[in-house]
Design a protein around this ligand. Structure first.
Ligand code: ATP
Length: 257
């Protein structure tokens, strides 16, 4: 029996000493070199770090897009690192949502069809109330019959976010989701992501280079040389900038040695 009185928060995803190496011998790149991280359910977390520090590799490994060479990735109770390729595909389809910098919408489908695509692929019926809620909150109600080319970048990315959330996934991974947006569209999207975490309980992990974007998150995790080296709760832009400049110095010093 537990005698702990600490509040219990379910863990959405966890990385334990994850190692991922590209290439061999002299040309080997240790993209992840013992990365460990825990993301509680309902948290909006940002992942930052210098270029090449392993952010995308970490995200792809957490999401079961890439396999790890060593260590473990746990999505809820599932050890993703022990799954076959086919099981990982199913896991991604059923339990994970993705938002990419380049939107990745299907050009021949309308906004509504793009949003509902993950449900169709999973053979599930749309939950009309949930789809309505997403579409309304994201301001897409009058754009549903447009194709991506008829939408602005901000609208396309909001369609991509609705598509990522439509299956109510356990976790959404967003890779530079505001990278191709102007600052106003970017802020609207980040506001929505924060709302999705705080009011809808959606767990979100976002990779970003932008301290302004990171400041929308509940927590920022910093990577350097393939490891989690620092983190910041309730981040502000100034605090993120200050930690980032520290990381650049660490990375440069190591590389010069
Ligand atoms: N498919 C690959 N083959 C070889 N090396 C790779 C591959 N993918 C990534 N790398 C290397 O692994 C390291 C980590 O890459 P990763 O893309 O995860 O970093 P990142 O922090 O996301 O970088 P950026 O901010 O520039 O996007 C880099 O040195 C990169 O060159």
């Amino acid at each position: 029996m537990s005698i702990s009185t600490a509040p219990h928060r379910t863990i959405a995803v966890e990385a334990r000493d994850v190692v991922k190496t590209y290439g061999r011998g002299d040309t080997a790149v240790h993209a992840l070199d013992g990365a460990s991280l825990t993301i509680p359910a309902g948290q909006f977390a940002a992942v930052m770090g210098p270029s090449g520090s392993g952010k995308s590799t970490l995200m792809h490994t957490l999401a079961g897009l890439d396999d790890a060479d060593a260590g473990h990735v746990l999505l809820g109770d599932t050890d993703v690192t022990r799954l076959s390729e086919r099981q990982r595909t199913l896991l991604r389809r059923e339990r994970i949502g993705f938002v990419f910098q380049s939107f990745n919408l299907v050009p021949t489908l309308t906004a509504a069809e793009n949003i509902e695509l993950p449900l169709r692929l999973a053979g599930r019926r749309p939950d009309a109330d949930w789809v309505d809620k997403l579409v309304t909150t994201l301001g897409l109600a009058d754009r549903l019959h447009h194709r991506p080319a008829q939408l602005s970048g901000g609208q396309q990315q909001r369609v991509a976010v609705a598509r990522a959330l439509v299956t109510r996934p356990e976790i959404v991974f967003a890779d530079e989701p505001t990278g191709n947006l102007d600052s106003r569209s970017g802020e609207a999207l980040l506001d929505f992501l924060r709302h999705a975490a705080h009011d809808l309980g959606q767990t979100i992990v976002m990779v970003t280079h932008d301290p302004h974007a990171a400041a929308y998150a509940d927590r920022v995790v910093f990577l350097a040389d393939g490891r989690v080296v620092d983190e910041l709760a309730e981040p502000t832009v100034a605090a993120v900038l200050s930690r980032m400049s520290g990381l650049d110095t660490v990375t440069t010093t190591r590389k010069e040695r």
